[in-house]
Design a protein around this ligand. Structure first.
Ligand code: NI
Length: 145
């Protein structure tokens, strides 16, 4: 139902579009802790929301990922639990809980977490987790949770 009980064609279209791919519906509250409790696998981002041409994703990470860059997409990393180190070629970015950083398109980066970290990603829908470094760690079809 549309906000306030109103039924409008635009609202119906929005709900249909999100319902088809299992997405969150208008005005849903998303609880990060509850969503993170739904999965345990690492380096396998899950989609929890979409806005415009972006996805909001959750990922659990531990250890070292792979050096990669995204030719066309800027990528936001927000740490909600643990610590995440993002290595760049000229410096390291250390993110603690409650901190985020944006890696611009074309900048090669290597995420590393000594212990498991829980991270929110905000990035265009076209973003592949391994960017230009496709490998067995690439997840092309992300799951909605
Ligand atoms: Ni990346």
């Amino acid at each position: 139902m549309c906000p306030g009980g109103r039924v409008g064609s635009q609202c119906e279209a929005t709900i249909t579009a999100t319902a088809e791919n299992g997405g969150v519906q208008l005005a849903d509250v998303v609880n990060l802790a509850q969503k993170f409790s739904l999965f345990g696998d690492q380096w396998n981002p899950k989609i929890v929301g979409e806005l415009n041409d972006f996805y909001v994703k959750l990922v659990k990470v531990q250890g070292e990922f792979v050096w990669h860059q995204h030719e066309n997409e800027d990528e936001l990393f927000l740490v909600v639990k643990g610590r995440l180190l993002i290595k760049l070629h000229d410096r390291d970015i250390q993110l603690d809980e409650g901190e985020f950083a944006i890696i611009p398109k074309g900048v090669e980066h290597l995420p590393v977490a000594e212990e498991e970290a829980h991270v929110v990603l905000l990035e265009p829908k076209t973003t592949l987790n391994t960017g230009d470094a496709q490998s067995e760690r690439t997840v092309a079809n992300l799951q909605w949770i």
